[in-house]
Design a protein around this ligand. Structure first.
Ligand code: IPE
Ligand code: IPE
Ligand code: MG
Length: 234
């Protein structure tokens, strides 16, 4: 019998979130879908604050998947416009926020104006240390793994190790996420972090993304702290 106190996981270093449910949030209110995305952008700001507060080092947010290109063009345009606006707002006092921006995903197909703002924000926030925000944008995990293998082939490798693949992913310096959260009641990965999620803990909540806040974030951390992680051991 294990008489010791229940072992608690400490705060995860890296939390990744599939921010889902903006459309349904809008639909419930008879708003256009874009209003849901706008409310979702506010939830992003709340969540960044909460993550910093909790001492999380890395926060990966799934903002746009490689499959999201199949949405109506006006929704896609609206999403990227919103991203530009959010980047502008954030860039103004990036130093105050202490957030360092990284991007995971393919830069191909991103509107040039968005790409320019992203590159600027990456440069201007490079020295920030409070939190690293990794935005998964035009991101697909199968695409990420495939480009990693192609990079290694171009380097002349004829056999690859797991370490080689890890090192050729979009953001090789990030540790694997200990915790992956998905909102809106959906319980699937939707092509998110397939390689990095090998031993992640999953937290699913019915809360729609625009309603997500510090309280919900902390609930996920608490649940995580009670999980037993065995990594194949006993
Ligand atoms: C998540 O919300 C945001 C993106 C995928 C860009 P959705 O737009 O997928 O919202 P639902 O799933 O339709 O409610
Ligand atoms: C996943 O959500 C992608 C993002 C949150 C950016 P989706 O709403 O696109 O996923 P599916 O289509 O329900 O699997
Ligand atoms: Mg969705």
């Amino acid at each position: 019998i294990n008489m010791s106190k229940e072992i608690q996981n400490t705060t995860p270093r890296h939390v990744a979130i599939i921010m889902d449910g903006n459309g349904r949030w809008a639909k419930e209110r008879r708003f256009p879908r874009l209003a849901g995305h706008r409310a979702g952008a506010n939830a992003v700001e709340r969540t960044i604050k909460a993550a910093k507060q909790a001492g999380v080092e890395f926060l990966t947010l799934y903002a746009f998947s490689t499959e999201n290109w199949s949405r109506p063009q006006d929704e896609i345009d609206g999403l990227f416009k919103l991203l530009e606006q959010t980047l502008d707002r954030y860039a103004k006092d990036a130093a105050k926020h202490g957030v360092k921006l990284l991007i995971s995903g393919s830069r191909e197909k991103l509107p040039p104006a968005v790409l320019e703002k992203i590159n600027k924000a990456i440069t201007s926030t490079a020295q920030n240390t409070a939190l690293t925000l990794n935005l998964a944008l035009n991101y697909g995990a199968r695409q990420e793994i495939t480009q990693a293998v192609n990079t290694l082939l171009k380097q002349g490798k004829t056999a690859v190790s797991m370490e080689d693949i890890s090192a050729a992913l979009y953001q090789p310096a990030l540790p694997d996420p200990e915790l992956i959260i998905r909102t809106s009641g959906e319980e699937r990965l939707s092509n998110f972090l397939l390689w990095q999620a090998a031993y992640s803990e999953f937290y699913f909540t019915p809360v729609l993304w625009p309603d997500f806040d510090e309280n919900e974030f902390n609930k996920a951390l608490t649940e995580y702290s009670h999980r037993t992680r065995r990594f194949g051991g006993i």
